[in-house]
Write a protein that binds this ligand. Sequence first.
Ligand SMILES: Cc1cc2nc3c(=O)[nH]c(=O)nc-3n(C[C@H](O)[C@H](O)[C@H](O)COP(=O)(O)OP(=O)(O)OC[C@H]3O[C@@H](n4cnc5c(N)ncnc54)[C@H](O)[C@@H]3O)c2cc1C
Length: 427
Amino acid sequence: MHPADPRSNLWTHTVAPGPDYPTLEGERAADVAVVGGGFTGLSAALHLAQGGADVVLLEAGQPGFGASGRNNGQVIPVYSRHGPDDAVAAFGPERGERLNEMVAGSADLVFDLIRKYDIECEAVQEGWLQPAHRPSRLRGIQAKHDQWAARGAPVEMFDAPRAAELTGSPIYHGGWMHRSGGHIQPLGFAKGLARAAAGLGAAVHGDSPVQSLDREGDKWRLKVGGGAVRADKVILATNGYTGNLFPNLRQTIIPLRSTHVATTVLGDNVAKSILPGNHGLSDTRQALWAFRKERFGRIVTTSAPVFTPGARRRMTASTIRRLNIAFPQIERPEVEYVWEGIIAMTYERLPRYHELASGVIAALGYSGRGIALGTAVGRMMAERALGKPAAELALPALPMKPWPMHDLVVPFSRTMAWYFKWRDSRD
Ligand SMILES: Cc1cc2nc3c(=O)[nH]c(=O)nc-3n(C[C@H](O)[C@H](O)[C@H](O)COP(=O)(O)OP(=O)(O)OC[C@H]3O[C@@H](n4cnc5c(N)ncnc54)[C@H](O)[C@@H]3O)c2cc1C
């Protein structure tokens, strides 16, 4: 089965059953239309409904069809590349610290929503680990740790022997832990957000790709097959799956295909020896090695980039080699699922928020860290649509900045993973 086929994805096989949402039929009015049913759009719809708005969510597939239903499930309340001091340097002390506060609280937001709306998604909030794959990476980790610690975040450093205890792997040189992180069954979280939003009165529509967005008088008209929504405000939450709905938005990010792999269910003793505290782990490699256990005792991990013919077989082989290095206690690892999703990369590895036209806002570009952050940004956009001034938001509204020669760059974007791997090897 091709990795793009949703049936190749572990999460579609282990998610709690839930309803499919109907295609939009006919014309209807709304205060706000949300395009995209991932964490960003679903969180926006949920918080809008909570705030009393009449909201319609339109998703091309079903909720969680995009990256939100295909990721590693690690809930991580820190930036992928930067420390909080960088946010202050980029956006100034007031805005930067507001953004830091949003990021720091983003994992708690996810787990609070899960508890509040009783979302069945295998939620585990035992902390997130970032171990160093080279001793040289400890300096950067220490700096991030110190910056977050100075802001009161529940973080701690650990040395190499403790890294071995926490990870169950002999390969790490120390690292840091963020105690408010954790992991979830991501498709379950997406479906749970959809159910919660619908329960509060949001109209959730699946199999409803928005084909056009046009100004009609003082409203926006979103056309979907035989139906349409006329809305005062529009939130675009299409991230790596952004098409041509709004001119030039697609060109602001690089859509990067990322492949994930799940092993077969491990024996009890071996499973217990890996990440025994049930933490999530993403190490310091640029071509990331990420590991977490899921409910039944499979390891879910990133796969090495292979895009040539026979990719699935070669990805399986390289993942097995990687598992042999990281967790030699798995005697003969076997791969059960291989799937892919699209990450939206920005040049600066921070999400971008845009006010595109009167009443139309968008956020995208989490660069592989959008579970917690996307949920928080969705709430932020709901607040904006409910009337909060732009100046009071955590993210500044930036003008769109297309990547130079975007359409030429995208076909080569897969080589970025090889480039990151090469950088890691030279570290
Ligand atoms: C393999 C992989 C592993 C990852 N692992 C992690 C991780 O462990 N931790 C972490 O924090 N992040 C991770 N990420 C990133 C994270 O999944 C994303 O940042 C997050 O899910 C983005 O959510 P979103 O709602 O913005 O976008 P998406 O979930 O991608 O949703 C966008 C949606 O928009 C819909 N859409 C697009 N165009 C239209 C249209 N015209 N009409 C209607 N609908 C439309 C799409 O169908 C899609 O469902 C990973 C990503 C991938 C791909």
